[in-house]
Design a binder for this molecule. Structure first.
Ligand SMILES: NC(=O)c1ccc[n+]([C@@H]2O[C@H](COP(=O)([O-])OP(=O)(O)OC[C@H]3O[C@@H](n4cnc5c(N)ncnc54)[C@H](O)[C@@H]3O)[C@@H](O)[C@H]2O)c1
Length: 341
């Protein structure tokens, strides 16, 4: 297939692009390059690209594609809280517009990067895709709104699929250290502490960034009727952990790391246990290869290879919101997060 991948230069996009290429697909990227300076591990594969803001996409950009994989977004709570109005513009309005233009241009498949954060707080039974949604903050509210609005575009010519990723971890060429496992291992191997920013009780399903990409590939290649206007949780049912449990696994991997709790713990706004049975049964080509322990080992080795230092744990290079604040303060981005020429 000929695929347009938006956000191909991000944490997930730089891992997914080689996996799509290796599966024989043709990939064209679309990205405004917000995190150009955040390179980490090797593995980046250059593809032809539209260096474009999502808000400026025109029909001519979408012509000739079989599928759109839509990853570009302000990709977490802290980034989305920076300026909620801009978040709604990019994550909601521009995403729905992209889907409409794709449909008008004759693109038949549209895979949207949704999130398990839609489930808000669901601490009881593991939640399935059919569960009631409880998006709490602007980030997850925009994911909810896109699912609602793009579902209305589905017809015999246009098949949207909503892939609700668990929280990612693992090495990527365009790294993000805010993600919970990445952060725990980073603190453990640079400071010797398992630093818990909340009370540690919140539940979080986790999945390796490569396995997310494999899940998406399976959805892309599945028969249309299996994925048409469907939501899928992307992850593994056995990989639901509380933050404290994640830290205990990291403790087994990083020798000598000790628990340390934030003095002013962040409130637990997200906590959910998720059932991933649907993707396992309907998309049998999805064969995850990772678990948290292997992921922690991979991260530990990569941090040592890269000479990762404590300042990198919370500094700008691998923290999306700190990085953008720096670009804003330097006058390189305007408040709408557009580049200033
Ligand atoms: N990483 C996770 O744990 C996770 C979990 C669930 C869902 N998701 C979703 O997956 C997608 C990708 O996440 P990620 O972790 O790779 O994020 P990321 O922040 O690393 O990458 C996002 C990419 O989108 C680009 N982008 C942002 N705004 C843009 C705009 N207006 N125009 C063009 N490009 C723009 C950025 O330059 C960046 O390269 C996002 O939609 C995110 O919400 C991520």
């Amino acid at each position: 297939m000929r695929i347009l991948v938006t956000g191909h230069k991000g944490y997930i996009g730089t891992v997914m692009t080689p996996i799509l290429l290796d599966a024989g697909h043709e990939v064209i990227g679309l990205d405004s390059g917000l995190f150009q300076g955040c390179a980490f591990a090797p593995g980046f594969r250059d593809v032809p690209e539209l260096a474009l803001d999502l808000r400026d996409v025109q029909r001519r950009h979408l012509e000739g594609f079989d599928a759109v994989i839509h990853l570009a977004a302000l990709s977490n709570d802290s980034l989305s809280n920076l300026n909620p109005e801009v978040t709604y513009d990019i994550n909601h309005a521009a995403s729905v517009r992209l889907a409409q233009i794709a449909k008008d241009a004759g693109v038949r498949r549209f895979l949207f990067s949704s999130s398990c954060s839609l489930y808000g707080t669901a601490n009881g039974e593991r939640v399935k895709e059919s569960a009631g949604l409880d998006p709490v903050l602007p980030y997850s509210i925009t994911k909810f709104l896109v699912e609602q609005d793009v579902a209305k575009l589905a017809d015999e010519t246009f098949s949207p699929t909503f892939l609700r990723n668990a929280t990612a971890y693992g090495v990527s060429p365009r790294f993000n250290v805010e993600l919970v496992l990445n952060n725990l291992v980073a603190w453990a191997c640079t400071k010797g502490s398992l630093y818990i920013k909340s009370d540690g009780s919140g539940w979080r399903p986790t999945v390796h960034v490569e396995d997310i990409s494999r899940g998406w590939l399976a959805a892309l290649e599945a028969p249309r009727e299996v994925v048409h206007n469907q939501a899928f949780n992307v992850g593994l049912t056995e990989e639901n952990y509380s933050i404290r449990m994640l830290a205990e696994i990291v403790q087994e991997v990083v020798p000598g790391a000790r628990f340390e709790y934030a003095k002013d713990p962040a409130p637990t706004t997200r906590s959910y246990r998720v059932d991933f049975g649907k993707i396992q049964s309907l998309l049998p080509a999805f064969k995850p290869r990772w678990n948290v322990r292997k992921g922690a080992e991979q991260l530990y080795a990569a941090y040592r290879d890269a000479g990762f230092v404590f300042e990198d744990c919370e500094g700008p290079r691998f923290n999306r919101v700190v990085w953008l604040k720096q670009l804003l303060a330097a006058g390189r981005l305007n408040p709408a997060l557009r580049w200033i020429a």
